[in-house]
Design a protein around this ligand. Structure first.
Ligand code: SAH
Ligand code: TRP
Length: 332
């Protein structure tokens, strides 16, 4: 380690909430999902082991995957405005990943002399550790307090503070089912003090062809990412999925206003998943749902925030109106 690295190290703290109980939780979630009828399901956070996080990083650079580019353009242009409007001195980022878009916010906070602490929260440890080191070296005096955990269960372990900006970017909120989304936002609202703000990235409704291409790219990276769920289950639960015998599917469900990702079994099989204590029968052509990605309108974002006790203060989009970024505050 270099001298600069050692100095930065002193300002990094990473708490791991996934130690211990994680594999039990995984077994239960996988068992629940794979015994559902008529449609089997798998929990999306399984995508993100170290390999999956790298694949997602590749997805963000695909020509078809517009959300990252669009959200980045909003952040790059609006960061100073966001920072001024939020009055924040601390950034807490949920599902931070590599935090590549977040740098615009941190830069603007540093410019406003308002950057005390950055708190990345993610189930995937590798990108959090990597960005903690990078950021500490870029910003002398910045404290990074990472939390490896599940943003649906572990937010109670966040360090306390005032004037915190909670960032939840990438449209990840759209990966929740509607009931979970309401609950998540309400829990978050509960955690927020009067001086805290929420910066929420939401992908917007648009042409179906554009939507579907973003989740089924021509280079096949998204397909590889989707199948990674099976690889993780094989490794973690000793399962016997033959990964090359599943096709990637992505389609837009107009009625639900979401993209749905599935894996279709090419064979009639019974797959042992010993770690979850089950054997999973699949018919040829049967599909497993792995993820939804909800597409919003500005009105729907405002309405759902309102239902959770959050008042919309600002709403920005990129020039083409593809992606939305909202700033909200606890209501009265
Ligand atoms: N914020 C980044 C990454 C989005 S991808 C961006 O906008 O590009 C979703 C991120 O959320 C991944 O880094 C993934 O590891 C993380 N994630 C997924 N489910 C999670 C969960 N339940 N708890 C915490 N992090 C989760
Ligand atoms: N949060 C991202 C999104 O909804 C996650 C994502 C992008 C994803 N591409 C994917 C999830 C492909 C599963 C499969 O856009």
């Amino acid at each position: 380690m270099t001298g600069a690295g050692a100095v930065a190290e002193a300002r990094i703290r990473i708490d791991d909430r996934l130690d211990g109980s994680a594999s039990d939780d995984l077994a239960v979630e996988v068992r629940d999902g794979l015994t559902k009828s008529p449609l089997k399901e798998l929990p999306p956070k399984l995508f993100y082991d170290a390999y999956g996080s790298d694949l997602f990083e590749q997805i963000t650079q695909l020509p078809e995957y517009y959300p990252t580019r669009c959200e980045r353009s909003i952040l790059n242009r609006r960061a100073p405005e966001i920072v001024a409007a939020s009055g924040a001195e601390e950034l807490i980022e949920l599902g931070s990943g590599s935090a590549s878009k977040t740098r615009a916010l941190l830069f603007a906070m540093a410019g406003a002399d308002a950057l005390r602490r950055y708190v990345p929260v993610d189930v995937s440890a590798a990108p959090v550790e990597r960005c903690a080191e990078e950021l500490c070296e870029t910003y002398p005096g910045l404290e990074v307090h990472g939390l490896i955990g599940d943003f649906q269960h572990d937010l109670v372990h966040l360090p306390g503070g005032e004037r915190r900006l909670f960032a939840f970017l990438g449209g990840t909120i759209g990966n929740f089912f509607p009931v979970d989304r309401v609950e998540f936002l309400a829990d978050l609202r509960e955690l927020m003090g009067p001086g805290d703000r929420l910066l929420l990235g939401t992908d917007l409704v648009k042409d179906v062809r554009v939507l579907e291409a973003a989740y089924d790219d021509s280079a096949g990276v998204t397909a590889e990412f989707n199948r990674n769920v099976l690889r993780v289950i094989n490794r973690e639960l000793g399962a016997g999925f033959r990964i090359d015998r599943f096709d990637h599917r992505a389609f837009y469900d107009e009625r639900e206003s979401w993209i749905e990702m599935r894996l279709r079994s090419l064979d009639d099989v019974v797959v042992p998943v010993p770690g979850a204590g089950i054997e999973v029968p699949l018919e040829a052509g049967e599909e497993i749902r792995t993820e939804i990605s909800t597409k919003f309108t500005a009105a729907r974002v405002e309405h759902e925030l309102g239902e959770a006790g959050l008042r919309l203060k600002r709403f920005w989009t990129d020039d083409a109106g593809m992606f939305g970024l909202s700033l909200s505050a606890p209501a009265g």
